[in-house]
Design a protein around this ligand. Structure first.
Ligand SMILES: [Zn+2]
Ligand SMILES: [Zn+2]
Ligand SMILES: [Zn+2]
Length: 282
């Protein structure tokens, strides 16, 4: 299984567009991997996770053929994970198939809020009677915690996480080809029921929320110390061994440590630090 990180920042990106804090200035000065766009990843080049406004830029920068992607998982409706009006670009005349309009639809999986936000954006754009225009191209599926489903040949289990009070944000256990990936953004320390579900399930890779980086605790996100604690729990509870690939991902200027500094902090801990474009195979 391959996982490519297309965007590795939290909501505001890093540097944040309206911010002049010293951590944003540091990212601007250093450039390269210290510049982070909004959160998105892709599994094996075909199972897309999240849809920020930066999706367009990611497709160009990393050569992602979005027209070939037929399945998209959305973790929650925060704007760094969901840009609803962007889906009009899947609908003619903004997109055309190789032979006329013969395009496969995009199946989108998300909680009730996510599905509602996409429907609202499409109805805002096409009018209340315009569903027939976009529905052939966008197939919306409401998913629920622990409600396993299958897409693109993968088994996907959405798991509840501790992130926001207004909707149930989800993290994903993705299984396919004998491999198992835990995709855990955005979340605070994992809920007891999620830990119970994961106990004994050996992961080949886990990418964990590190929004707070070196910057301190939060209840709706994690910092690097909490990532280390969760890795230790996973090693002790049959979820991981020394071969399991651990990645810290989803960073914010509020976490203070730019990429170069996070790499120093993570040395010898068994964690990789994500950057835009990073690809791991496991
Ligand atoms: Zn986020
Ligand atoms: Zn800043
Ligand atoms: Zn969020």
């Amino acid at each position: 299984m391959n996982l490519q990180f297309l965007g590795t920042a939290a909501s505001e990106g890093w540097p944040a567009p309206f911010c002049s804090c010293k951590y944003c200035e540091e990212a601007r000065r250093l450039g390269g991997k210290n510049l982070r766009s909004r959160s998105q990843s892709i599994v094996d080049g075909r199972l897309l996770i999240d849809f920020p406004a930066d999706t367009y830029w990611h497709s160009i920068r990393f050569g992602v053929h979005l027209e070939k992607v037929e399945h998209l998982l959305i973790t929650h409706s925060h704007e760094d994970h969901l840009y609803p009006i962007g889906f009009i670009n899947k609908v003619p005349p903004y997109a055309h198939g190789v032979s006329g309009d013969d395009m496969p639809p995009l199946h989108i999986y998300g909680n009730e809020t996510v599905v509602g936000r996409i429907e609202s954006a499409m109805r805002f754009n096409y009018g209340p009677g315009g569903d027939a225009v976009w529905q052939p191209y966008l197939k919306l599926h409401t998913i629920h915690p622990f409600g396993q489903f299958f897409a693109e040949g993968y088994s996907i289990t959405p798991l509840p996480c501790n992130h926001m009070s207004t909707e149930q944000a989800l993290i994903f256990l993705i299984e396919g080809g004998g491999k198992r990936l835990l995709y855990a953004h955005d979340t605070g320390p994992l809920l007891t029921e999620t830990l119970s579900f994961l106990k004994g399930k050996k992961l080949d890779a886990a990418t964990l929320d590190c929004t707070m980086g070196a910057g301190g605790l939060s209840t709706c996100h994690m910092d690097f110390q909490q990532d280390l604690d969760l890795r230790r729990w996973m090693l002790e509870n049959g979820c991981a061994d020394e071969k399991t690939v651990f990645v810290a991902n989803h960073f914010s200027h509020n976490g203070t440590a730019v990429y170069d500094k996070m790499v120093e902090i993570a040395k010898g801990t068994g964690f990789l630090i994500s950057y835009d474009g990073m690809s791991i195979t496991f």
